[in-house]
Design a binder for this molecule. Structure first.
Ligand code: SF4
Ligand code: SF4
Ligand code: SF4
Length: 365
């Protein structure tokens, strides 16, 4: 299924995280506020609201921190969704996790998740460099590194899954240190039992102004797109020969056709609830109170007085109109119905405009 057709309700569960990734896209934003977790009342109301107007029964746990850090809340939300009178028995569950969790979590994960995307940048030296454990959590894992814990958890989940409906895949951020090691990574993941991998070039963190106005951030960024693509294509062919899917976020809709890049343009069929009680359209906009230049993606809010969600239909309409068939730079592009105008979260973060051209990823004239 092409990415833009994936319909689900996402929970941005908590700002708490146990890692200190070197490129974290929201660490500054999270560290600037008190720790926040999505209140159960809002999560339950979100499930009622979503299930009443959508056929999809897919729910998903995602950032802004590490969702398994609020394990009890995660279990409560899952239990509520699965027992829901409106086709709760059809519920399927996905998580994007850093995979650094305890045995309690992994035992539960085995029986409850259907899709687990592990944020996993490759062999241990890369993983330890990019995604180290926050030292405050070391004793919980007997001083093992985040790479050791993640690798153990992945191996254990895959070797114990039996005939359960569970897929464990890797979501890889490509940086200067793994850009030349994609083929080697195919073998590493293959040996762990992973058969589905998505790679994504490093992208900018979200700050208070678009990257185009932040000289320091622009200068600190380095990514060699041509090198990534050369190595990606080699790894793709090699992975295919081993029965492994090696994907790129640059081609997430190439198995279908749509003028949309992703679910972000249809936010009422794929909303994300933030820990501070807002409805976000995009994975990059994880808190709603002060979205700054990312405000086009905050399309609604929980009203604690009326106990209902308020939706800004004007903003929804603007997102629905963000189509590759409508944007000047995309209209004549031969891949417009696959690319859908590029990731709009990244585009707005980098260029400040929903209909801007992401010149890092698109060089069409
Ligand atoms: S696991 Fe995710 S939220 Fe936590 S530091 Fe890493 S990138 Fe940031
Ligand atoms: S716009 Fe980009 S970051 Fe946002 S949900 Fe879509 S693919 Fe993800
Ligand atoms: S012009 Fe660029 S952004 Fe637009 S559809 Fe084509 S490749 Fe994508």
């Amino acid at each position: 299924m092409s990415h833009c057709n994936k319909k689900m309700l996402s929970f941005f569960l908590t700002t708490r995280c146990n890692l200190c990734c070197s490129y974290c896209y929201n660490a500054k934003e999270r560290n600037a506020i008190e720790e926040k977790t999505l209140p159960l009342e809002i999560a339950k109301a979100g499930i009622d609201w979503y299930f009443n107007q959508n056929d999809s029964r897919h729910i998903r746990f995602y950032g802004p921190g590490e969702p398994t850090q609020e394990f009890e809340r995660l279990k409560e939300i899952t239990a509520y969704a699965k027992a829901h009178p409106n086709r709760g028995e059809k519920v399927t569950i996905e998580i994007q996790t850093n995979g650094v969790f305890t045995e309690d979590v992994r035992n539960w994960a085995l029986d409850n998740f259907n899709i687990m995307w592990m944020s996993f940048d490759g062999m241990k030296d890369i993983q330890s460099h990019n995604r180290p454990l926050n030292p405050l959590f070391s004793s919980l894992f007997n001083d093992r590194s985040s790479a050791d814990v993640l690798e153990d958890n992945v191996k254990w989940l895959i070797s114990n899954k039996g005939d359960r409906n569970l897929m464990v895949g890797a979501r890889v951020t490509i940086t200067d240190i793994n850009i030349n090691r994609q083929t080697e990574m195919v073998d590493y993941f293959y040996d762990l039992g992973i058969r589905y991998v998505w790679t994504n070039p490093l992208f900018h963190s979200v700050g208070k102004v678009p990257v185009c106005l932040d000289e320091k951030k622009k200068q600190a960024y380095h990514f060699n797109m041509d090198l990534y693509l050369d190595n990606y294509l080699k790894a793709y062919e090699y992975a295919k020969s081993k029965g492994v899917f090696w994907g790129s976020f640059l081609a997430i809709n190439f198995d279908g056709e749509s003028p949309y890049h992703c679910r972000c343009c249809t936010p009422l069929s794929a909303p994300h609830l933030t820990p501070d009680g807002y409805i976000s359209a995009c994975d990059m906009v994880v808190l709603g109170e002060k979205p700054y230049h990312m405000s086009p993606f905050i399309v609604g809010k929980w009203d604690a007085d009326t106990h209902e969600f308020w939706v800004d239909l004007e903003k929804v309409k603007v997102l629905e109109n963000r189509k590759s068939t409508e944007m000047a730079h995309c209209r004549n592009c031969p891949v417009k119905l696959h690319c859908g105008g590029c990731c709009l979260g990244e585009t707005v973060n980098e260029f400040g405009r929903l209909d801007g051209q992401n010149v890092v990823k698109c060089q069409c004239h």
